[in-house]
Write a protein that binds this ligand. Structure first.
Ligand SMILES: [Zn+2]
Length: 237
């Protein structure tokens, strides 16, 4: 029996069809919840899958409770603050965390139809006890504050998707698919125990279609590794 958990609070819109081939036109027409559509698809592929659909945002209680019982977390979020939340939950409960994300960088960020200057993605698997996203400098307080633009978390979550989504007609499903495949390979390596001993972050260049490996090391003075690794239940405020 395969036991999967899907966590997302959004419903499917036509824009989502450009980002993944996991949804169809009928999903967008019916405005289905993303987790409901994924559950249907998972069961269609393998009827022995037990899929728990959690219609919530991290760090809402139901989402955190679902994550706490996971053997492995895969984060596919589009902002750094959400990554920081997932990294913290993974570290508190000593769960491996596979982080993937894609960024499109327009020449003119203020123009919807601007040419794309770069398409880049990241894949990083954080194993408790090894380097985390803070160790590598991928997450810093300054970056989180800059991303939030001085707003609090709740504002960020409701508006960031709108501010960072690609402009009309930008198809990113193929790029996302590369990152998703790399993440799936990492998950299999962890489950089947044939993962390499060296921690690497993989950097994907969508234009050239290449993936570069960057060796990362644990930062012995990382404040997050020192304070939250294995700390268990937090006091969410
Ligand atoms: Zn760290």
């Amino acid at each position: 029996m395969c036991d999967d958990i899907g966590i997302d609070k959004q419903r499917i819109t036509r824009d989502n069809l450009l980002a993944t081939d996991g949804f169809g036109w009928a999903d967008a027409l019916l405005c289905r919840r993303k987790v409901t559509a994924v559950r249907s698809k998972a069961r269609w592929i393998n009827r022995n899958v037990r899929f728990t659909a959690v219609n919530a945002l991290v760090p809402e209680k139901s989402a955190v409770e679902a994550l706490k019982r996971a053997d492995l977390i895969v984060g596919c979020v589009n902002n750094l603050n959400a990554r920081a939340d997932l990294q913290e939950i993974a570290w508190r409960y000593c769960i491996p965390y596979v982080d993937i994300g894609l960024g499109l960088y327009p020449l003119d960020p203020n123009h919807d139809m601007s040419e794309i200057a770069a398409i880049s993605g990241n894949v990083f698997t954080a194993i408790p006890g090894g380097p985390c996203l803070w160790c590598t400098g991928f997450l810093t307080d300054e970056k989180l504050q800059m991303e939030a633009g001085g707003s609090d978390h709740s504002y960020l979550r409701s508006s960031l998707g709108e501010r960072t989504k690609p402009g009309p007609g930008v198809h990113v499903a193929s790029f996302n698919g590369v990152l998703a495949s790399l993440a799936a390979s990492d998950v299999l390596q962890l489950i089947l125990d044939y993962s390499p001993g060296v921690s690497v972050r993989r950097q994907y260049d969508g234009f050239s279609g290449t993936v570069q490996e960057v060796v990362v090391e644990k930062n012995l003075s990382c404040p997050k590794c020192a304070s939250i690794l294995g700390a268990g239940d937090p006091l969410w405020q």
